[in-house]
Design a protein around this ligand. Structure first.
Ligand SMILES: Cc1ncc(COP(=O)(O)O)c(C=O)c1O
Length: 376
């Protein structure tokens, strides 16, 4: 199959970076000496510098990471993420949305092609759209359709990427990553995995589906060019990350507009994220308890028409939009908040039930009973 390998993909980043270095345009995320009087900060009222009884440098970053907004807390967080994900490096963005937008839009260009699951999140689609790359959507999790598209279109460009979420946010199913990875190798494509809903939930350390499959020896972490994730779901805070090889991360620091032209996430938040990630990584009992609740809910909803693959997200399919809305209203009366998700966000109406580790067993059982009643 013609095309370029993952190494050549990475080499293309190196070539670009060398050109920037030659022209003194190489950007860095340096930590500045705190003794300097900072004339680069946008902290007009000085509020960001108020002391706080937390192990963080300061409250607000007050500038972009590439000017004076990088602090020790960012570095510690990014080092932790890289170690946890098993990659050379990582980069933190202000949200998962910004991470996808700012990455896809620059690692792809108008001469490149991308194959993407049709159920992909809006920020994946926006990032691809911004890149100008030629895009082909394969039917949700349909490996045969992906193969057909690859067979037909892969030779239209040297650089090609396959993009998928690891857990699909509206259906709670998992990407067929082992098969997708095989196809990526066969057709010389690189992989981009959005772990927004896998982060904290899957894998021995909670690093996501890529970790879960590499724990099983089914894929290697190094098979994946880009692992993206967010701190806004299981991590319980906000912010997004990209993990991958050093050249990818350097490339993003230099090219990614949502990273360069946006104020860094605050050192305060970075410190909190690190604390939460440490909990997630070293307290697997949290995941065990979530999995027990998921199993309980699943055992109680037999007979209902639902999608789920042992993740915390259940899509309870509803016959009509009206039925979904009425069910939400009825469940609310009974004290449960279960939102109806409707087209165009999803192709068919459903109730989206998300289980968490703190749910009481009796509430899970009650909800299951109520769902059966509203669904008939
Ligand atoms: C699959 C997926 N990717 C990315 C995002 C964006 O993450 P964030 O909320 O941190 O911007 C979301 C959020 O809903 C998501 O579901």
């Amino acid at each position: 199959m013609p095309g370029i390998s993952k190494n050549q993909f990475q080499e293309s980043f190196e070539t670009e970076l060398a050109k920037l270095s030659e022209r003194n345009l190489y950007r860095e995320t340096k930590i500045h000496d705190p003794e300097l009087i900072n004339f680069s900060s946008n902290d007009y009222l000085g509020l960001a510098q108020r002391a706080l009884e937390l192990k963080v440098d300061r409250r607000g970053a007050s500038a972009s990471r590439i000017t004076s907004g990088t602090y020790q807390a960012h570095k510690e967080l990014e080092e932790f993420i890289a170690g946890w994900k098993g990659t050379e490096a990582a980069l933190v963005f202000s949200s998962g949305y910004m991470a996808n937008l700012g990455t896809l839009s620059v690692i792809l260009g108008s001469k490149d092609i991308v194959f993407c699951d049709e159920y992909s999140h809006a920020c994946i689609l926006d990032g691809i759209r911004l890149s100008g790359a030629r895009k082909y959507f394969y039917k949700h999790n349909d490996i045969e359709h992906l193969r057909e598209l690859l067979e037909k279109h892969r030779n239209k460009s040297t650089k090609a990427l396959i993009v998928t979420e690891s857990i699909f946010s509206m259906d709670g199913d998992k990407a067929r990553l082992v098969d997708i990875n095989k196809l990526a190798k066969e057709y010389n494509c690189s992989l981009y995995i959005d772990e927004a809903h896998g982060t904290g939930v899957l894998g021995s350390n909670g690093a996501g589906l890529v970790e879960e499959l590499s724990d099983q020896g089914a894929i290697q972490k190094s098979d994946v060019l880009v692992q993206m994730g967010t701190f806004s779901k299981a991590i319980g805070l906000e912010g997004g990350y990209i993990a991958g090889c050093k050249t990818l991360i350097e490339f993003l620091k230099n090219k990614s507009r949502s990273f360069i032209y946006s104020t860094a996430i605050s050192p305060l938040l970075s410190g909190l994220i690190l604390e939460h990630l440490t909990t997630v990584r070293y307290q697997p009992e949290l995941r065990a308890s979530l999995n027990a609740k998921i199993a309980l809910f699943k055992s109680q909803i037999e007979g209902l028409d639902y999608s789920n693959e042992n993740t915390a997200i259940f899509a309870i399919h509803m016959p009509t939009v009206e039925a979904a809305l009425m069910a939400t209203a009825e469940l609310k009366k009974q004290g449960y908040l279960v939102i109806a998700i409707r087209p165009p966000t999803v192709p068919s109406p459903r109730l989206r039930v998300c289980i968490n580790a703190n749910h009481r067993d009796e509430d899970i059982e009650n909800l299951a009973e109520l769902l059966k009643a509203v669904r008939v």
